[in-house]
Each structure stands twice: as structure tokens, then as C-alpha cells.
Write a new protein. Structure first.
Length: 211
């Protein structure tokens, strides 16, 4: 809990520093904002164990007012009900919902369909936003970036599962009672989030969840 509070404070410092670097014209203030940015990066490195060079490189590449990054997850069910998960090639081969960072030039639905196809081989049709979560409010390990997570329900149109892609080393369907026995990639998908998604399998008309 303490690390989560410290991470949030470091993220806020980073956002304030970037806003100052964007809008300030006073050279002395710019110097101070740059120092605040460097302090926040050091704090993030201590909390998250990400390499300091990586944190600095990513934040230094951003311009303008800082906003949350967006992670898109495709939620695909079939009769049973069963949910589709993929096994990462990174992160010790843990399981997660198909998905990834939102790309500039694509809508959220387009990202969900694109990631699902690239990671599973299936052609899917996105049909509904199920949830929009603030990553900080869920049981994810600390990471430098402030993230919103969008969960989009998709329906299979065609294709068959592939077991090897550039990013994944497996794809399969899981019943809800099987989830407790698998090693989840907590950075990307938590057990409580999957439980929330299964509630939509039983009640498709349930209202969208939002933190």
C-alpha cells in the first residue's frame, strides 16, 4: 500500500513537471521542472525496479500535457461459458487477456480486433465496452506509467487458434473454475478482473463498469 502511494506521488510529480516544461517560458522555472522530472524518474525506478534509463527515455519522448496511457483488452467468450486467454512469451509464460497498448490512428474497437487477431489467429468483431478501469485501483504490480484499461467484448467471426505468434506462446479457452489454477500476468490481467468479465458472460446486459 505504501509503495502504491509513493508511486502515485511520483506519477503526479512527473505529470506536473511535464506540464511545466510544456507551458512555462521562464528559463529558471524550466530548469526546476526538469529537476522535478528527474527526481520523479528516480523515485519510479526505486519503486518499480524498471531501469532508470528506460523510464527517462520514455518520459523524455513525450511532449505536451501528460495523460494516461491506454491498455486495450479483448474479452472473447464461447459457450460454456469459457473465456479466451493467451500465454505471454515474456513474463515467464503467464496468461492474460489478448491486448496491448492503444496505437495512434486506431479506435479502441479496432485495437481490440487487431490484438485479438495477432495474438490468437481469430477474426473477431468488437461489440461492447465492458469496463474502463484505472489500473492504480486494481491489484497490479507497480509500474511507472499511469494507465487506463479498457475491456472490450468481442465475438468470433472466423479463424482458428494459433499457438505461436511473435508475442504469445499459446492460446486456449478457460472455464471460470479453472482460473484459480493458472499463473496470470498480474501486470496485464488480474483474477478479480476476469471474475468481473465472467459476470458479463452470464448477464450480457449488465451495465458497463467504470472506476
Amino acid at each position: 500500500m505504501q509503495s502504491s502511494r509513493l508511486l502515485f506521488q511520483a506519477q503526479r510529480l512527473q505529470a506536473l513537471a511535464q506540464a511545466g516544461l510544456t507551458y512555462s517560458t521562464n528559463p529558471y522555472d524550466l530548469e526546476r521542472y526538469q529537476e522535478i522530472r528527474e527526481i520523479s524518474a528516480s523515485l519510479m525506478q526505486e519503486i518499480t525496479d524498471e531501469p532508470l534509463e528506460k523510464i527517462i527515455r520514455i518520459f523524455a519522448s513525450e511532449d505536451g500535457y501528460q495523460t494516461p496511457k491506454v491498455d486495450i483488452r479483448a474479452v472473447v467468450f464461447r459457450e460454456g461459458p469459457e473465456i479466451l486467454l493467451v500465454k505471454e512469451k515474456t513474463g515467464n509464460g503467464r496468461w492474460t487477456l489478448p491486448g496491448g497498448w492503444a496505437d495512434v490512428g486506431y479506435t479502441p474497437f479496432e485495437i481490440a480486433a487487431k490484438e485479438a487477431n495477432e495474438e490468437t489467429g481469430l477474426t473477431v468483431k468488437p461489440v461492447r465496452l465492458l469496463a474502463l478501469f484505472d489500473k492504480r485501483k486494481h491489484a497490479h504490480p507497480p509500474q511507472p506509467w499511469y494507465v487506463y484499461k479498457a475491456f472490450i467484448r468481442c465475438e468470433v467471426q472466423s479463424g482458428s487458434l494459433v499457438q505461436d505468434t511473435p508475442e504469445t506462446a499459446g492460446a486456449r479457452w478457460f472455464r471460470q473454475d479453472e482460473l484459480s489454477d493458472i499463473d496470470l500476468s498480474a501486470d496485464r490481467t488480474t483474477a478479480s478482473q476476469l471474475e468481473a468479465m465472467f459476470r458479463f458472460a452470464y448477464n450480457p446486459a449488465a451495465p458497463t463498469l467504470c472506476d
